[in-house]
Each structure stands twice: as structure tokens, then as C-alpha cells.
Design a protein around this ligand. Structure first.
Ligand code: ADP
Length: 351
């Protein structure tokens, strides 16, 4: 049962996305280490007739966190309940769900970094002891009732693992970090989706799409559907290299997968801040973007592509960014003396 859309893009507002979402681990392509480890934990739990340990999923949007939660429920032959932290306002909202779960139910909370601290306390006890304390009445006559819960599996997902409080994070037995997908895996995902959508696609078109989708399956699927439209209206129905090149040109996506806003971010750092360093908040204002979407959507991909670096003093562009923008690479890249890249805080993850 699905309570709320996990986030506005939960199904991309499109029933087709639902059709493309893998239901079992064998259909979840790429992320081999994550997949093989999860397979072990799922098999072990099933053999012992236990529920799966709580799972923490982190990674940029569109990499498969919701999909993995769905898969875990299917593989465990258990129910799935889906919500997002912003939809949980009062303790009774959370208690109302927890008390109606069953043994083994996979309870998915998206954007878990946005969970109110008053609810975190309840979740700690629920995760660890499978019970909650419920206060009945008010004032001096109030008393606390201990309500036992079934042995559910909490799957918490976030694009901002650094914002999740340590006491919450450490209660997850299986912390998983998803990273951008490799080209070969994206190609496999595009081929699988094309076959579900029953659209024919040429080999070179698969490669071009894989290069343009920011290492993100959701974007790969979305671009595939747009290319299907272009192929149908502008071509003969087959997605070939020419269709993809024309489609990408019309969608303002370049051969590196950069959108106009990515290029704008790079140009702004170069032109307004001499290549950096510039603080994230200042940069967000300069490009007219929410800080959150700069940090969660744009920046991680630009960093992964080696176009910007996060340093102690702010963001700096790399020589590759100058090349991509068609600008002469300066002898000295500005900001390079600013302490080097900051290491990510992700040592906390199992795999
Ligand atoms: P997230 O919850 O991380 O934002 P989703 O789980 O909603 O991402 O994934 C977006 C879409 O991408 C899914 O509906 C699914 O179709 C596709 N997808 C994600 N990961 C994979 C994968 N490993 N293999 C195949 N398709 C995938």
C-alpha cells in the first residue's frame, strides 16, 4: 500500500514510470556490490524467517532508492508502506502508521533527513525495541502506554546523508550509498526500458543517451520517452543517432549531459567569481537556484564529472570546465590554493 507519493517525482507524474520500475533484484541493473550484498541479507533473513534489518539508502535523486525499497518488499514477500518525512507532522501521524504495520512490512520513509526531531525519538524506540510509548490523557493524570509493534523493516532514504542525526543513522543495520551509474549499466537500463516501451533503438543511440543522462536512471528513462516522441513525429519511429542528436539539441542538453543550468553555474563561477572559490549560498543566489537543488542535483554531478571542486573556501571550477565552456584555460586555475577538495563524509557507509 502506498500512503503518499514519496516525492513530487515519485512516479514522474507518469504511469509509464511505474511500468519501468524494476520489481525484483535481478531487474535492478548496475550497482553490483549493493545488489549482491542486499541479496545476501535478504536471503539470510528469509532463511531465518526474520524481517530484514533496517536499511538506510542515500544518493542523488533518481538513482533507485524508492525502487530498491519496492524490490526489498517484493523479495521479502512483504507489504510496502511508503511515505515521506515532510508528510509526517505530528507523533500521531507516525504512530498511526507504525501501529498498523505487519511483521516484515517494508516501511519506506523518503527524505528522512527532514523528519522532525519530536518524531525521531519515537522512531529510535520503534526501530530498536519494536514498541512505542504513547501518552494518554493530559496533565497529572497522563500516563504512558507501551504499545508493541510488529517486526517491520524501516527503509530510510535521503539525498542529504550529512543532515541525518547520528543516533538515527546508527540504528540502521544496512547503510547503503548509491552512486551515479556507469555507462554500460545505463545502456542496459535504456535497452530494458526500450523493450518494455516496445520502441526500437539503434546501438549508437543507446550510447548517446547513456552519455547524456547524468548517470541517472530516472533521467535515462525520461530522455528515452522524449526521444520516442521525436522519433515518432520527426522520424520513422526508430530512435537512431540522428534523432538523439536532434532531440538533445532541442532539449538544450549537450554531449556531456550538461543542461543549460549546469553551464550557467560553470559560467557564473568563471565570469563573476574569477573561477572561484565562491560559497554555495552566494552561487545559488547568483544563478537563481534553490540552495538545496544546487547542492543535491547540480553540484554532485558537476563534481563527479570533474568540472568543479568543493574546497574549504568554496566552489572552484577545474581546467576541464574552461575547456567545455570553450574558454582558454588560464595558466593558474584560481582557487587551487584553497585547501584542496573536501573529503565526503560518507565513510559511514557499508558499501
Ligand atoms: P530515487 O528514489 O532514488 O529518487 P527511483 O527509485 O524513483 O529513484 O528511480 C527512478 C526510476 O529509475 C525508477 O522508476 C526506475 O524506473 C529507474 N531505475 C532506478 N534504478 C534502476 C536500476 N538500477 N535499474 C533499472 N531501472 C532503474
Amino acid at each position: 500500500m502506498e500512503e503518499h507519493p514519496a516525492h513530487p517525482e515519485y512516479d514522474d507524474g507518469d504511469a509509464l514510470e511505474h511500468q519501468l520500475r524494476p520489481r525484483f533484484l535481478r531487474d535492478f541493473l548496475g550497482q553490483e556490490q549493493v545488489k549482491s550484498n542486499l541479496q545476501v541479507f535478504i536471503t539470510a533473513a528469509r532463511e531465518r524467517n526474520e524481517s530484514l534489518d533496517h536499511v538506510f539508502l542515500s544518493g542523488p535523486p533518481g538513482l533507485g532508492k524508492t525502487t530498491l525499497a519496492t524490490i526489498m518488499a517484493h523479495e521479502m514477500q512483504a507489504d510496502l508502506r511508503v511515505t515521506a518525512a515532510p508528510a509526517l507532522d505530528k507523533p500521531k501521524d507516525l504512530a498511526g502508521i507504525l501501529t498498523t504495520l505487519q511483521d516484515g512490512t517494508v516501511f519506506f520513509i523518503d527524505e528522512i533527513h527532514r523528519l522532525k526531531s519530536s518524531l525521531e525519538e519515537m522512531l529510535y524506540v520503534a526501530m530498536e525495541d519494536f514498541e512505542i510509548d504513547w501518552v494518554i490523557g493530559q496533565g497529572p493524570s497522563a500516563r504512558t502506554l507501551r504499545v508493541p509493534l510488529p517486526r517491520f523493516t524501516l527503509v530510510g532514504a535521503t539525498t542529504r546523508p550529512g543532515m541525518v542525526a547520528s543516533p538515527l543513522f546508527t540504528r540502521f543495520g544496512i547503510p547503503v550509498r548509491l552512486d551515479y551509474y556507469r555507462r554500460g549499466d545505463l545502456e542496459a537500463i535504456i535497452r530494458r526500458s526500450a523493450s518494455i516501451l516496445e520502441v526500437s533503438i539503434a546501438d549508437n543511440a543507446v550510447g548517446l543517451l547513456a552519455d547524456s543522462c547524468r548517470g541517472t536512471p530516472r533521467i535515462a528513462n525520461r530522455l528515452l520517452r522524449r526521444m520516442r516522441d521525436f522519433a515518432q513525429v520527426l522520424g520513422n519511429g526508430t530512435i537512431d543517432g540522428d534523432i538523439v542528436r536532434e532531440g538533445m539539441r532541442r532539449l538544450n542538453i549537450d554531449e556531456y549531459g550538461l543542461e543549460e543550468q549546469d553551464r550557467q553555474i560553470l559560467r557564473t563561477i568563471v565570469e563573476m567569481y574569477g573561477g572561484g572559490p565562491v560559497g554555495a549560498e552566494t552561487l545559488a543566489i547568483s544563478v537563481g537556484e534553490e540552495l538545496d537543488s544546487l547542492e543535491v542535483f547540480y553540484e554532485p554531478f558537476l563534481i563527479q564529472q570533474g568540472l568543479i571542486q568543493r574546497t574549504a573556501r568554496g566552489r572552484v571550477v577545474t581546467s576541464r570546465a574552461f575547456e567545455i565552456l570553450g574558454l582558454p584555460v588560464p595558466d593558474e586555475i584560481p582557487g587551487r590554493d584553497s585547501g584542496g577538495p573536501i573529503q565526503s563524509e560518507d565513510q559511514r557507509f557499508l558499501f
